[in-house]
Ligand binder design. Structure first.
Ligand SMILES: Cc1ncc(COP(=O)(O)O)c(C=O)c1O
Length: 404
């Protein structure tokens, strides 16, 4: 029996909240203790080097903000069209078609307030209450809570560090009977791994064999350092069962603008528009105009936004190649490094707390992202090059000391 939290009202009654909401984190720790401790230290005036969250060290480029300002002053401040503006939907459709070869029109696109809203909407759209939704461990921290929030039951599929966290299709297939959806993310947060063609083809086959919806989180698709990003929607038989999540957050350093999209079959998009009418009611018009302008800046602009991570990743590869204690999971994409610190004998969490205490460097324990990355730490490459190199050197030296 689900236990519901109660909160007292002014008359002393206790009002019941839904189990779906009170249990959204699944109980227990949310895995962000190191981050909270670092933030508390900073609030107390200490200098902490933060390598925790996935946010660029640059802000949204001035021309994008100028376009936002222009659009707002021009009056695009009323309710915008719920599915998104025609211009932005067309721009996203053209971009997706050009990059994947899959015929895509505005009817295949809904604009959302960021990728996170897309994750929630796609699970709500595909899973009835109580349905099983599969996702891969290690995972972006919100995944299980998003699935629970949508009323579905999260079922995790583990991967292995020595296989660079590429999921095995047999493992997915073992959990697939009775499930409704599978959520994948490549390039991956937290591992920095890009799924190979073989991995994606295996995933696609399981989805076809078991009649699963595939929810493909591609918010890091402009941050690929090695190999190629494969959108599974482009694989044979997948366009009708895949919902792709996209976002301006990472590709254009627009995290605070809250603008992204879902691309999928027209019928599903139609229902997602109905859902948006009853939830978000769309995305501000001036933000969408700015997103449209940003997307029109082309590949070179996106490469410029991604360049600092590419540089820092190359720096890290060189440094870690000479290390005995710290191992680097192949850093193929996204703005993170996943470091194997098992040779220290510590858990990722214990190591992260120790590092914070001794060197005031904050990283995320691998355990914050499930159980598969235990004994690892995730390092966000989100500070200036020199400071990043120095911090990483300290992380490696600290690991060496601990390994003794
Ligand atoms: C894998 C992944 N998906 C989705 C999101 C959500 O991004 P946003 O809502 O800013 O588009 C993030 C943010 O860090 C992420 O790492």
């Amino acid at each position: 029996m689900a236990v519901c939290a109660r909160t007292p009202d002014r008359k002393g009654h206790t009002m019941q909240l839904s189990h779906r909401i009170t249990n959204i984190t699944g109980g227990g720790s949310d895995g962000w203790q190191v981050f909270y401790k670092a933030r508390a230290m900073m609030a107390a005036g200490e200098t902490v080097i933060e390598l925790t969250i996935g946010e660029h060290d640059i802000r949204t480029a001035a021309p994008i903000l100028q376009e936002m300002h222009r659009a707002a002053l021009a009056g695009h401040t009323g309710y915008a069209a719920v599915p998104g503006t025609t211009a932005l939907r067309d721009t996203v459709a053209a971009r997706v078609q050009a990059r994947t070869g899959v015929p895509t029109t505005r009817d295949n696109v809904i604009i959302t307030p960021g990728g996170q809203a897309g994750l929630f909407a796609t699970h709500t759209a595909t899973c009835a209450p109580g349905d099983t939704a599969l996702y891969i461990d290690p995972y972006y921290a919100t995944y299980p809570g998003t699935i629970r929030g949508a009323g579905a039951v999260p079922q995790v599929i583990r991967t292995r560090a020595d296989e660079a966290f590429q999921p095995r299709s047999a493992d997915i297939a073992a959990h697939a009977p009775g499930a409704r959806s599978l959520l994948v993310n490549s390039p991956n947060n937290p591992t920095g791994v890009v799924y190979s063609r073989a991995t994606m083809e295996g995933i696609a086959q399981v989805c076809i064999d078991h009649d699963l919806w595939l929810i493909s989180d591609e918010v890091y698709d402009t941050q690929v350092w090695e190999g190629a990003h494969i959108s599974p929607r482009a694989l044979p038989g997948m366009a009708d069962r895949t919902l792709v999540i996209g976002s301006m957050s990472k590709s254009h350093a627009m995290t605070g603008s809250r603008v992204g999209w879902i691309v999928g079959p027209q019928e599903a998009i139609g229902h997602l528009i109905n859902l948006a009418t009853h939830t978000t009611y769309g995305v501000p018009g001036f933000i969408q105009d700015a997103a449209c302008f940003a997307l029109s800046q082309g590949d070179a602009f996106e490469q410029e936004i991604a360049a600092p991570f590419k540089r820092r990743r190359a720096m890290a590869q060189k440094m870690i190649a000479g290390q005995n204690t710290v191992g680097l999971i192949p850093a193929q994409g996204a703005m993170y490094l996943m470091l194997d610190i098992r040779a220290t004998g510590m858990t990722g969490e214990a190591f992260a707390f120790d590092l914070l205490e001794h060197h005031k460097i904050a990283v995320m324990p691998g355990e914050s992202f499930g159980t598969s990355a235990a004994g690892h730490i995730r390092v966000a490459m989100t500070i200036e090059d020199g400071a990043f190199e120095a911090a990483l050197r300290t992380v490696c030296a600290h690991a060496e000391t601990l390994a003794g």
